[in-house]
Design a protein around this ligand. Structure first.
Ligand code: 5IU
Length: 276
């Protein structure tokens, strides 16, 4: 049956990518399918938010290049919080270049993403070579890759044949590609042209989730956890401003309350989907 009709626990036991297995295991153990997107510019806020939401999340999503006061000690602090609260780290890097270049961007430079991010993501635009390049760095480190099959923003070009081709690219590299950024499940895509569909288990991570707002002034579109998880069968809800707010000053107590609220909503939506 389609992965979304099985429990996270069962899927954890059967997945053969170490990062995906660890994520599914944590989701079942902590009863959370929530990923918080920590899009802030100051180290102090970044770490305070992660410490506050840590107990409620399976995955922390970062844009490490947003930080204005980045230094390598931030990674040590992030890893300490990851161990303490038991969550994985997803750098939302959206790689988009040829294989050789992305291998360098993933392994090297200021951020050395592969050394600390359990999961990262990439656009399908360059074709299969982008997966080959990232896998050459990530597979030996037991990392997982998420491909962008769809986007949450209004007017996104990743639709139709593009989405289908992204899914085909992922199917050819199931050792490393563990899922998609998408708005619904992908199993039905091209189901006739491959035998592997039957036992594939791609995680669907969905950004554009909000309980209160419907969108922002720059084309973001929000759906509720129930729409995303129960109705569309997605596995992980990614929430940024719904939890961390939009103001410049961070209210850590409020951030924690919102994280708990989204954890409960996401988990109830998952339980409802399994009991249907
Ligand atoms: N993000 C999206 N939509 C997408 C992809 C990534 O919103 O299709 I791919 C990112 C952008 C931001 C986070 O880091 O997810 C969503 O933040 P808000 O919940 O604050 O809108």
């Amino acid at each position: 049956s389609s992965p979304h009709l099985r429990s996270y626990e069962d899927r954890a036991q059967k997945h053969n990518n170490p990062a995906a297995r660890a994520l599914l295991y944590l989701m079942a153990k902590k009863k959370t399918n929530l990923s918080v997107s920590v899009d802030v510019t100051r180290k102090k806020d970044f770490l305070a938010i992660i410490d506050a939401v840590g107990p409620y999340v399976c995955l922390i999503k970062t844009h490490i290049d947003i930080l204005e006061d980045y230094d390598p000690s931030i990674i040590e602090d992030l890893q300490a919080l990851s161990n303490e609260h038991e969550f994985l780290i997803f750098e939302d890097r959206k790689f988009a270049d040829i294989g050789n270049t992305v291998a360098l961007q993933y392994s090297s430079g200021v951020y050395k993403i592969a050394s600390w991010a359990h999961i990262t993501n990439a656009h399908a635009v360059p074709g299969p070579s982008i997966i080959a390049g990232l896998a050459s760095v990530g597979l030996p480190l037991e990392r997982g890759l998420i491909l962008l099959a769809e986007m949450s923003s209004k007017g996104a070009l990743a639709t139709g044949a593009y989405t289908e081709d992204a899914v085909r690219m992922a199917r050819a590299r199931r050792d490393f590609v563990v899922g998609f950024i998408a708005q619904h499940r992908m199993e039905t895509i091209g189901a006739r042209d491959t035998d592997s569909v039957g036992d594939e288990d791609f995680l669907i991570l969905s950004p554009g989730v909000g309980l209160d707002a419907k969108g922002d002034a720059m084309g973001q579109q929000y759906r509720t956890p129930a729409e995303v998880v129960t109705d569309c069968g997605c596995d992980v809800i990614i929430v940024g401003r719904g939890i961390i707010g939009t103001g410049r000053d961070i209210d850590v107590g409020e951030v924690q309350r919102q994280a708990q609220r989204y954890q409960v909503a996401g988990w109830e939506a998952y339980e409802r989907r399994l009991s249907r």
